[in-house]
Design a protein around this ligand. Sequence first.
Ligand code: GUN
Length: 294
Amino acid sequence: MPAKLIDGKAIAEAVRREAAEETAALVAKTGMTPTLAAVLVGDNPASQTYVSSKGRACEEAGMGSITHRLPATATQTEVEDLVRQLNADPNVNGILVQLPLPKGLNEQAVLDLISLNKDVDGFHPMNIGQLVMKGRIPQFIPCTPNGCIELLVRSGIAIAGADAVVVGRSNIVGIPVAALLNNADATVTICHSKTRDLPDKVRQADIVVAAIGRPEFVKGAWIKPGAAVIDVGINRIADPSRKSGARLVGDVAFGEAAEVAGYITPVPGGVGPMTIAMLLTNTVRAFKIQHGLA
Ligand code: GUN
């Protein structure tokens, strides 16, 4: 495998250690503890796992963590009232509403309601708007996209001047990661299901970010030799050879791509651990903003 493996687990641990050190200094200085409130509506198993991992990570970093669980039958008003209550609570510094919300709930209306100073997911349209506007600086940057950039930067991969291709255009990953790459002076192409000649587009890229949500979609033959490949996908596929009967794969055909790429993230252990690490960083930032220390 000629590609260098980008060790997201190790990089995430370094970011989490830094957040823990900053938290300890803030607690010593203010006597208060940076605290994240997570809102989990319904019983989506993946969401339950994510939210408990986030809570555990906060506690390991010396931060406070509160999880509010609402049933899948919760009404729009109940969810919005909870967000209003968290907005008003001075002991809550960051608010995270785990997505997707159950069908029937208006996700946009809930995200629009989160206080800008507590929007640690960076999903408020004001924060996303500032992210894509030249010369504007958002209060918070979404965690997974910011984690992708952190992996590139901490691996010494040059972004300025690079040709970057983002495969996928979701609000959570594709669009914000493209904005971040653009802000870091890459030349960015956003590709999606209607893109013509996708393999040729990807073949031009020095940096490929795959965030399309389809298992092993990006093939090794699409990768330019030496390119950096950041795989955001987490897909569970059947694998009868495993005791569990399944395994996790990314959006990139890892084995093939690793033969061609210069750098590549594994799944699991690449981008995944970075999301929580960047959430801790954002929660520390939220605390600092709210206490005039940012
Ligand atoms: N669902 C998938 N990714 C995320 C994320 O980063 N934040 C939240 N709140 N929900 C998600």
